[in-house]
Ligand binder design. Structure first.
Ligand code: 5GP
Ligand code: ZN
Length: 114
């Protein structure tokens, strides 16, 4: 995916503040944070959204989710609380079409989301 910004981040073609990395996934600070803690977690492999993840990749989703928790811990918000967001397709407000989990924390969240 030549034009995908998150593929470029995964390939280190454009910089990001990486907070966690392994062979399958990357976590980095959001460029426009919506909370004191705002980290994005992506698979290195390109998938457009949750709608694009095949059944046999379910442990990649589990891995992302557990590393989202790990990120919350590393950022000091695991006990105070955090929100994991997975925007999927147009009505969700998804802007970047490479699947990513948001981890938001460090302030009181409201409900319902906008
Ligand atoms: P979405 O609306 O697709 O769920 O969220 C996309 C997120 O990616 C936004 O929070 C936006 O600030 C973030 N973002 C977009 N481009 C970049 C970038 O080049 N670097 C980083 N670190 N975050 C980005
Ligand atoms: Zn991509």
């Amino acid at each position: 995916m030549d034009e995908c910004i998150f593929c470029k981040i995964a390939n280190k073609e454009i910089p990001a503040k990486v907070v966690y990395e392994d062979d399958r996934i990357l976590a980095f600070d959001d460029i426009n944070p919506q909370a004191p803690v705002h980290v994005l977690l992506i698979p290195k492999e390109h998938y457009t959204s949750l709608n694009d993840i095949p059944e046999e990749k379910k442990d990649l989703l589990g891995h992302l989710l557990l590393k989202a928790r790990h990120t919350a811990q590393e950022k000091g918000v695991k006990e105070s609380g955090y929100r994991i967001v997975l925007n999927t397709a147009r009505d969700s407000g998804q802007d970047v079409f490479h699947i990513h989990f948001h981890v938001l924390g460090g302030r009181r969240m409201t409900w319902p989301p906008g």
